[in-house]
Design a protein around this ligand. Structure first.
Ligand code: ADP
Length: 452
């Protein structure tokens, strides 16, 4: 008989492009000659070579049997040439075609080797089973083969005038075997699918775990970065008040120990300044406490006049020897949605920067101005100074973290970067530009709060 044996490796499972595993089918291989095509060519050679079995069965050469085997193997070679292993539809079509060719060729072989008396006749029920083994993925192949072989066996018996019961018996046996084979194919596929689904599920779970781990790591490193930035900005903010508290103590020590006459007014001024410095540090610590509870703080409606007055109150301590501070906030300015303390922190950053920029110029004529206006559906705050403004090489880098022109002693390069980030958290924007008349302008824009 013309069937080469089936190796178990032909029923391996392969991943398909859709991610669903299939059994015994060709993988979506970029190779020109995939396993299925190679198998067909091998079987074509096997079918031809087993002509020797026909000679043994008949006891002589049979051109008819040879012709049947040639047609059969040509069918396989044609399939091998036309099959596109990457296309599911092509694989299905060729599987059905191969099943039909094999069943019809086998029936023809039985006919030319003695019909019901042929040594092959009793193998009719085996053909659908062999088809199942070769194509365990596709029960259509078993069905096609069962129908054709059943009809073939019954037809040969009927032509010879055998009793109807015998004809029906053979047809029934072949069809039953084909149905059992198709059922086996179905169960095999189910088992494979369950196994592959389990494998996919395991892979999915592993991927999720990996994702969760990397997410945790990312959150952790973000937290570390925030802590680093915070430490730097705390240093920046505390440096100034601590410096003038220290200067005042030096002055007191010098004057008191030398026994020099110090007027009560002067002493009161020194104490007032020192207390203001301590108050500033206390305020920073309070702000930091707020920062550590940042996640809990929900934005609320803030009147910009209040925010500006919070910031100006502290900034005046810095600006009083450097520049005049003017505040001009339009009446009835609509509220914005923000965390008041954090917005005040942003303004304070801008005012401290303005003070730094004006320091070298001397107080005379130096001015810092805050204006607040409504422009359509936006509220716009401008913080301007008449200092040197931003040099052209500085302007594009202002909002880069750690960009500073003040040197490591004084600047951290975090003020503007953090300020912009905070403003954006409240749906606003922060941009910097030079004023036409000279000096710097920081422009904050917020949408008018839509809260009821
Ligand atoms: P830092 O103040 O620590 O340097 P910032 O991010 O607040 O960090 O500012 C970055 C740089 O922007 C400053 O070093 C300075 O060169 C420039 N800058 C900020 N504000 C002004 C201003 N009002 N006038 C001129 N330059 C400014």
């Amino acid at each position: 008989m013309g069937w080469p044996s089936v190796s178990r490796s032909s029923a391996r499972a392969h991943p398909e492009p859709s991610g669903v595993w299939s059994v015994g089918s060709a993988p979506a291989s970029p190779e020109k000659w995939g396993p299925r095509r190679k198998m067909l060519l091998l079987f074509a050679a096997g079918v031809l070579s087993q002509y020797s079995l026909d000679v043994l069965a008949l006891g002589h050469n049979s051109l008819q049997a040879l012709a049947v085997r040639i047609v059969w193997s040509l069918g396989m070679v044609t399939s091998a040439l036309l099959l596109d292993e990457r296309a599911e539809s092509s694989v299905r079509l060729h599987t059905a075609f191969q099943s039909a060719v094999a069943s019809l060729s086998f029936a023809a072989l039985v006919l030319v080797t003695g019909a019901t008396a042929s040594a092959y006749f009793h193998f009719f029920p085996c053909i659908p089973l062999i088809v199942c083994l070769l194509y365990p993925r596709d029960s259509t192949a078993a069905t096609v083969s069962g129908a054709l072989c059943g009809a073939g066996a019954a037809g040969l018996l009927w032509v010879e005038g055998r009793p109807a019961s015998e004809v029906l018996l053979w047809a029934g046996v072949v069809v039953t075997v084909a149905l059992i084979g198709a059922y086996g194919v179905h169960r095999f596929r189910e088992a494979q699918r369950a196994e592959n689904e389990g494998r996919l599920e395991r892979a999915r779970r592993e991927a999720l775990e990996t994702l969760a781990i990397s997410e945790r790591r990312r959150a952790h490193s973000e937290k570390l970065a925030t802590i680093g930035q915070l430490a730097a900005s705390v240093m920046h903010e505390i440096n100034n008040p601590v410096a003038f508290i220290g200067a005042n103590l030096d002055y007191l020590e010098r004057e008191v120990l030398s026994g020099a006459e110090v007027s009560r007014e002067e002493l009161a001024e020194v104490f007032r300044e020192t207390r203001a410095g301590v108050e500033r540090v206390r305020q920073i610590i309070a702000d930091l406490r707020g920062f550590s509870r940042m996640d809990e703080e929900e934005p609320t409606e803030c009147a910009l006049a209040d925010v500006v007055s919070d910031a100006a109150r502290i900034a005046r301590l810095r600006l009083q020897h450097v520049a005049r501070l003017e505040v001009d906030i339009a009446e009835n300015l609509p509220p914005v949605l923000a965390v008041r303390r954090r917005l005040a922190q942003v303004l304070l950053n801008l005012l401290v920067n303005a003070g730094d920029a004006l320091e070298a110029r001397g107080r005379h004529g130096s001015e810092v101005r805050i204006t607040g206006r409504r422009e359509g559906e936006r509220v716009v705050l401008r913080v301007e100074d008449n200092g040197p403004g931003f040099p052209p090489h500085v302007l594009p880098r202002l909002f880069e973290t750690f960009f500073t022109t003040k040197g490591p002693e004084k600047g951290t390069g975090l003020g503007l970067a953090l300020s912009r980030e905070m403003v954006e958290q409240f749906g606003g924007s922060l941009v910097a530009e030079n004023r036409e008349e000279g000096g710097a302008r920081l422009r904050l824009e917020f949408p008018v709060s839509a809260a009821p």
